[in-house]
Write a protein that binds this ligand. Structure first.
Ligand SMILES: NC(=O)c1ccc[n+]([C@@H]2O[C@H](COP(=O)([O-])OP(=O)(O)OC[C@H]3O[C@@H](n4cnc5c(N)ncnc54)[C@H](OP(=O)(O)O)[C@@H]3O)[C@@H](O)[C@H]2O)c1
Length: 336
């Protein structure tokens, strides 16, 4: 059964309901393999994926450059099949996770030019403010972003990890096509305020880390994470918290097996069934996993199955914060 496209605001076409997160191709989850990543990007297009998600901070420009290479190799026809999303606002030194935030209008203009150059495109389809810099009022941030739309450098605007108040104020300045925050079986805070608000405003909710950064797939061995893997420093992946969370993943895995699904497919299908404006963007560097993940768009879970998943979640409360201390910088959506 073909998957029904999901809207991404009014300035962009509706897209295949599962996008591709490109971050892990360049940083955070182990070594890069550019050849396999480029093959995975091409395979994603063949499988009908349209929304490709990157950011200037991923690999400090390397991830955008990888996408730029992919686009250059495929020419205009390839570019036209993609809805290309990138982000600005996080400033890091080479090799460092610690960040400072910059949302000043001059920075936004310069960051946009740098992203356009690395991507090798004339226009970014969806440009997000990655993290809020509290020094700059959101009206000024969105004002500067709206000027990029007027100048033809950007088609639509997005915000990441903002509060409901910020989203409302931003949307009053310029339509916000997409709100991107962490949302998955083990991160459900957006259900309280952000999902209903997005539905009210006609803003798509783009769910990042929908596989819990691989934890929810059941395929991750937390004891074997390299020291430079982001997850080795994330409280949910450590010690007693990881052990408790493994019990949750095992129980979900039992359900998935009973239903002939993989754990990754269950995680993605569950998200798609929560609300019709949710667009998950699972990340993978590998074609086989891309196939597995994209297939989740065709899975139907009935009310009884959704209730059984909920019962498992109720029985296994998630342990540990979703970010280490440095990762909370600019995350307004902590409690919403
Ligand atoms: N706005 C923000 O602040 C923010 C923050 C984080 C992420 N993001 C975006 O969201 C995207 C997705 O999130 P994410 O990459 O953090 O996490 P994710 O999609 O939850 O998980 C990605 C991890 O899962 C593994 N994986 C993927 N499919 C799998 C499968 N079927 N079976 C087993 N393992 C599988 C991947 O490894 P392999 O590559 O080896 O397959 C990778 O390590 C990112 O790429 C990025 O574009 C945005």
């Amino acid at each position: 059964m073909p998957a029904t496209p999901r809207p991404l605001g009014t300035a962009l076409p509706a897209v295949f309901p599962i996008g591709l997160g490109c971050m892990g191709m360049s940083e955070f989850y182990g070594p890069a393999d550019d050849a396999e990543s480029l093959a995975t990007l091409a395979h994603a297009l063949e499988r009908g994926v349209q929304l490709f998600d990157t950011a200037d901070t991923y690999g400090l420009g390397a991830n955008e450059a990888l996408l730029g290479r992919f686009i250059a190799d495929g020419g205009r026809a390839r570019r036209e099949r993609m809805v290309l999303a990138t982000k600005f606002g996080i400033v890091r030194a080479s090799g460092a996770y610690e960040r400072r935030l910059d949302n000043s209008p001059a920075y936004i203009r310069a960051a946009c030019e740098a992203s356009l150059k690395r991507l090798g495109v004339e226009r970014i389809d969806l440009y997000y403010c990655h993290r809020r810099d509290p020094a700059v009022p959101i009206e000024d941030v969105v004002g500067a972003m709206a000027e990029l739309v007027a100048a033809g450098k950007v088609r639509a605007l997005g915000l990441s990890e903002v509060s409901a108040d910020t989203l409302r104020r931003a949307h009053a300045v310029h339509p916000i096509a997409a709100l991107q925050s962490e949302y998955s079986l083990w991160t459900r805070e957006p259900e309280r305020e952000m999902l209903p608000l997005c539905a009210e405003l006609g803003t798509a909710f783009v769910a990042y880390s929908p596989l819990g950064r691989a934890f929810l797939t059941g395929a991750l061995d937390t004891a074997r994470l390299a020291a430079d893997d982001f997850r080795a420093h994330n409280p949910r992946f450590q010690g007693a918290a990881a052990q408790a969370n493994t019990a949750l993943v095992d129980a979900l895995g039992d359900l998935a097996r009973d239903w002939g699904l993989t754990s990754a497919q269950l995680a993605l299908a569950w998200l798609l069934h929560r609300q019709p404006h949710v667009l998950p963007i699972p990340g993978t560097r590998r074609r086989a996993r891309l196939d597995e993940n994209v297939s989740a768009a065709a899975i139907t879970l009935d009310a009884g199955q959704m209730a059984r998943i909920q019962a498992v979640l109720d029985a296994h409360p998630v342990q540990g914060a979703r970010y280490p201390d440095a990762g909370w910088a600019g995350v307004e959506a902590k409690n919403t």
